[in-house]
Design a protein around this ligand. Structure first.
Ligand SMILES: NC(=O)c1ccc[n+]([C@@H]2O[C@H](COP(=O)([O-])OP(=O)(O)OC[C@H]3O[C@@H](n4cnc5c(N)ncnc54)[C@H](O)[C@@H]3O)[C@@H](O)[C@H]2O)c1
Length: 465
């Protein structure tokens, strides 16, 4: 087996950037080049000031500082990087289709296809092509067909190596992965390719964490893993609604069921709903695949996970409106947090976007503070919904850099992201600045019930009556 010494990764996003940084750190013998068509993103990856990297992840900038310019490079010279690499990761975005057949459910594979055509056009020697993006089952065969039919007669081995990192803990997840999944053809050359990619991960992970499967199992496992994780969130959130109607407390219920070793305690936190670029997209994709294979019961079963998540976001917004005497028109509501979870600047599908949209429909005046998300991103998220004009969004929603300035004369604070810093705030000072009664709606179950009530707040915690 030829040793891999040069890798290229197409796509310098939330997966490509951190994943390749960790490979470069753990494999000093391998030269890693991450390429992207987005010049601005590459410039940010190359910025001298590591605080300007396009992605915020704890521990990332330290690794980039250690490896960049040594064996880690960021570039827009896509063709050159493909040409020189023995192994190419495809890590581009695979959003839900917004047009045509499968609109709103199927994965849009146009970026994947463009990559495959690019690789076919440029390659002059044999390559291993690795799907790192999350893809529907059987995409590897489509990539193979494009490569074989449009290539220069060289041999391509296609592997599926889905990424399981979670944003906010990406570096730790990569360094201590529960497992790495590598799917490929069950032929001698397929096996050789799987072993070549395994050898990279085995430079820092134990052998029993690197699983080899056939290519379709690997593709499907990624969709299923995300579906199962999201399903746990929706399951506990469905019970949170019931807790609010009774005197049960969702934390006590989570704890009680989590002690059952068959259930386990992780991923049982009730919240305003899951967000992020993957859960919804991947479940919709699973639903689409099941339906297109004539399995409507399977499709309906998984679709319910998304319906429950949408319900949870809607419920949270409606509770704010009814509690504020059935009108939020002209009322100042402060959002603490906009990112879809703590320790990331990613806002894709964040619950905050949808809660804000519902409150803006009722003419609320929203003030947002998030420690890592810039104002342009917040406005872009709202504008993307197309619910109202960009001018209207900017008139009704303001973004501030100071969390205590935000609450001056506010009617309510809504906690939308579980940033640790929110727990350490001087909530007495916040209470003093707000209009009375001062309402707090905790969509992340972050704050202490008794303390907030003692301070005088009307405090609402998701999952508690
Ligand atoms: N974000 C996550 O937590 C996560 C986790 C696991 C898997 N995934 C999957 O990984 C894939 C990438 O996700 P992401 O969050 O990194 O996306 P992203 O949008 O952050 O990054 C994708 C990058 O690919 C670039 N790109 C698109 N087409 C290109 C082309 N033809 N040539 C060069 N560059 C191109 C884009 O400019 C963009 O910078 C998706 O399939 C996603 O489902 C994401």
């Amino acid at each position: 087996m030829k040793e891999i010494t040069k890798i290229c990764c197409i796509g310098a996003g939330y997966v490509g950037g951190p994943t390749m940084s960790v490979i470069a750190k753990q494999c000093p013998n391998i030269e890693v080049t991450v390429v992207d068509i987005n010049q601005n993103r590459i410039d940010q990856w190359n910025d001298e000031n590591l605080d300007n990297l396009p992605i915020y992840e704890p521990g990332l900038k330290e690794i980039v500082a250690e490896t960049r310019g040594k064996n880690l490079f960021f570039s827009t010279e896509v063709d050159k990087a493909i040409d020189e690499a023995q192994l190419i990761f495809i890590s581009v975005n695979t959003p839900t289709k917004t047009y045509g057949k499968g609109k709103g459910q199927a994965a849009d594979l146009k970026y994947i296809e463009l990559c495959a055509r690019n690789i076919a056009r440029v390659s002059k020697d044999d390559k291993i092509v690795v799907e790192k993006s999350t893809l529907p089952v059987r995409t590897a065969s489509a990539i193979k067909s494009i490569l074989q039919n449009t290539g220069n007669g060289v041999n391509f081995e296609i592997l599926s190596n889905p990424e399981f990192l979670a944003e906010g803990t990406a570096i730790d997840d990569l360094l201590n992965a529960d497992r790495v999944l590598i799917g490929g053809d069950e032929t001698p050359s397929g096996q050789e390719a799987k072993d070549a990619l395994s050898a990279i991960y085995l430079q820092w992970l134990p052998k029993d964490r690197v699983l080899q499967t056939n290519v379709w199992s690997s593709e499907l496992s990624k969709l299923v893993a995300n579906a199962f994780l999201a399903q746990r969130v929706s399951s506990i959130n469905s019970i949170s609604a019931l807790c609010e109607k009774t005197d049960a407390n969702i934390s006590e219920v989570s704890r009680a069921i989590g002690f059952d070793s068959r259930i386990g305690s992780k991923f049982l936190n009730s919240s305003v709903g899951f967000g992020g670029s993957c859960f919804q997209k991947d479940i919709l994709n699973l639903v689409y695949i099941a339906r297109s294979f004539g399995l409507p019961e399977v499709a309906d079963y998984w679709e319910q996970v998304i319906i429950m998540n949408d319900y949870q976001k809607k419920r949270f917004a409606e509770n704010i409106i009814t509690t504020l005497y059935n009108t939020v028109s002209g009322k100042k509501i402060v959002f603490y947090g906009w990112a879809f979870k703590k320790d990331t600047n990613d806002t894709r599908e964040s619950a905050a976007i949808y809660v804000a949209d519902a409150l803006l429909d009722e003419q609320a005046e929203i003030v947002v503070y998030d420690p890592k998300v810039p104002a342009e991103r917040i406005y872009a998220d709202l504008d993307y919904l197309n619910t109202r004009s960009p001018e209207e969004n900017r008139r009704l929603l303001k973004v501030v850099k100071d969390p205590s300035e935000a609450v001056e004369d506010a009617h309510a604070v809504a906690v939308l992201t579980e940033w640790d810093e929110f727990k350490t705030y001087d909530w007495k000072a916040i209470y003093d600045k707000m209009l009375k009664p001062a309402f707090v709606f905790d969509g992340r179950r972050l704050l202490d019930n008794e303390k907030m009530k003692t301070l005088g707040f009307d405090y609402y915690k998701i999952g508690q009556s």
